[in-house]
Design a protein around this ligand. Structure first.
Ligand SMILES: [Mn+2]
Length: 478
């Protein structure tokens, strides 16, 4: 084998991908390949339906019921964007509210919902024969109505006529939505936003199925990354394994940019440059999730680049897993999210004392919020069509209720821009164990994140990607 660790040319990188992804031994090569591509056992028996002809009408009814009577709703889906204003499009992802109500994943659609009758009309873009050369002529209006369970589907050019015929006194829409020419109805932009946030907070069974499938495939993609990781691989090559795996299973979008942070990059909370070469002895923190039907997984796992946690990494990992497990046990309908978060901080504080990083009592350290020096973000957030999903009170819930899906993602990190000033701050300085801190600093950070659904059958952890150290090590040894 070539001295891959020292090569830093494009050729060296390309060779390394081959080395990391398939060994020269043909049997091993086949097994590596099959790990990437084989459809493994998934939680659900069938792929969840994303058009939603059978289930979106219920969402739409619920949405209409949450609006005052007497109006008509007019919404536009997303439009195709050009790259930096030039010819050539970026990959299109539907606007989430429009996706929620219609299931349509392609650009330039509109919809009209009549609050009195409950009638919903989908408006499809007119495709001229010249455009059809580039985009295809698309399905017929009848096919579209049936596919998405709409009462009718008509061309966008008829929007004004349908709005006028609805005999409503006002039109409900969102900010920045351009109304069709000639629309003279009074415009209300406050109710739709609030109603959609309220509705989207509580997921129906089909939405949870979509989140489950996104989790199953994304979780397996995390495992594929571990199995394709050896020291010397580049962070972006691990990102490529994640993308290859999820796209191969039909998950065409990531819910957010992949974070692949090795070594000290694992302590950069939103690190997504993913350009460093992974070194022997590094921990690799990966926060990555792909979407099914627009519903994204949000999974973080942290693993040792060389397949074996060092004693120091082990201690840190066990602490974070301990915080996560005790927090998961508190996630249930009726629990106050603030209380779950507070208890997570108490547990984190106890572990930080055990790790020899902090001195003092738990109460003293809670009073000065010392855990925030190592765990500077929230415990989690609502999850759905957006990674930080909309909710009645924003992306963080107040009281957990059936239908909500939340992430549970504690972490402990050694972040220089936080620790450096804290070591000179008289509030924190007496409680920080400087020597121990120095010896841990190179470890970077650990975060473990699962997605949890509160359903009528109880609390369901949607994330089945392994997280016990022995399981991660065993999978990496295979
Ligand atoms: Mn998250």
């Amino acid at each position: 084998m070539l001295g891959l660790q020292t090569m830093n040319t494009m050729q060296g990188q390309a060779m390394h991908v081959r080395a990391a992804m398939c060994s020269s031994h043909s049997a091993r090569k086949r097994s590596r390949h099959s790990r990437c591509f084989a459809q493994q056992a998934l939680t659900l028996e069938h792929l969840p339906d994303t058009d939603g002809a059978t289930w979106r009408p219920t969402l739409r009814r619920r949405f209409i019921e949450s609006l005052p009577e007497g109006g008509v709703v007019y919404l536009r889906g997303g439009t195709a964007q050009t790259r930096n204003g030039r010819d050539g499009h970026t990959s299109f992802r539907q606007e989430s509210n429009f996706l929620y109500l219609t299931g349509v994943t392609v650009p330039n659609y509109e919809c009209i919902l009549e609050t009195d009758s409950g009638r919903i009309t989908l408006l499809a873009p007119d495709v001229s024969p010249e455009m059809a050369v580039w985009t295809g002529s698309g399905p017929t209006l009848e096919d579209l109505a049936e596919r998405y369970g709409m009462d009718a589907c008509i061309p966008c050019s008829e929007a004004s006529r349908v709005l006028a015929a609805a005999k409503a006194d006002r039109v409900y829409t969102l900010d920045n939505v351009e109304l069709p020419d000639g629309c003279t109805l009074e415009v209300d932009t406050t109710h739709v936003k609030k109603a959609l946030a309220e509705c989207r907070t509580y997921k129906c069974a089909e939405e949870i199925d979509c989140l489950q499938h996104a989790n199953d495939v994304s979780g397996q993609a995390h495992v594929a990354m571990w199995q394709n990781c050896t020291p010397g691989v580049y962070e972006y090559q691990l990102e490529a394994v994640f993308g290859q795996y999820t796209m191969h299973q039909g998950l065409r979008h990531f819910g957010y940019p992949c974070i692949v942070g090795s070594g000290q990059n694992s302590a950069i909370l939103h690190y997504d440059r993913n350009t460093k070469q992974v070194a022997d002895g590094d921990l690799v923190l990966v926060d990555a999730g792909a979407e099914w039907g627009g519903y994204t997984a949000d999974i973080t796992r942290t693993f040792p680049a060389n397949g074996q946690f060092s004693p120091m990494q082990r201690d840190l990992y066990q602490a974070v897993l301990g915080i996560q497990e005790s927090s998961l046990a508190m996630i249930q309908p009726g629990a106050k999210w603030e209380t779950v978060g507070f208890e997570a901080r108490r547990t984190a504080t106890r572990y930080l004392i055990d790790l020899g990083l902090l001195t003092g009592t738990v109460d003293e350290l809670m009073d000065i919020d010392a855990s925030r020096l190592f765990f500077p973000h929230g415990l989690g957030h609502l999850l759905g069509l957006e990674v930080h999903d909309v909710g009645v009170a924003g992306p963080v819930p107040e009281v957990l209720k059936e239908g909500m899906v939340v992430t549970c993602e504690p972490g402990i990190y050694f972040i220089d821009p936080i620790l450096q000033p804290a070591l000179e701050d008289p509030t924190y300085q007496p409680y920080l164990q400087k020597d121990q801190l120095e010896s841990f600093r190179h470890v970077g950070g650990v975060r473990i994140e699962d997605d949890v659904a509160l359903t009528s059958d109880g609390v369901r952890n949607l994330t089945s990607a392994p997280k016990r150290m022995e399981d991660i090590e065993a999978l990496m040894m295979d």
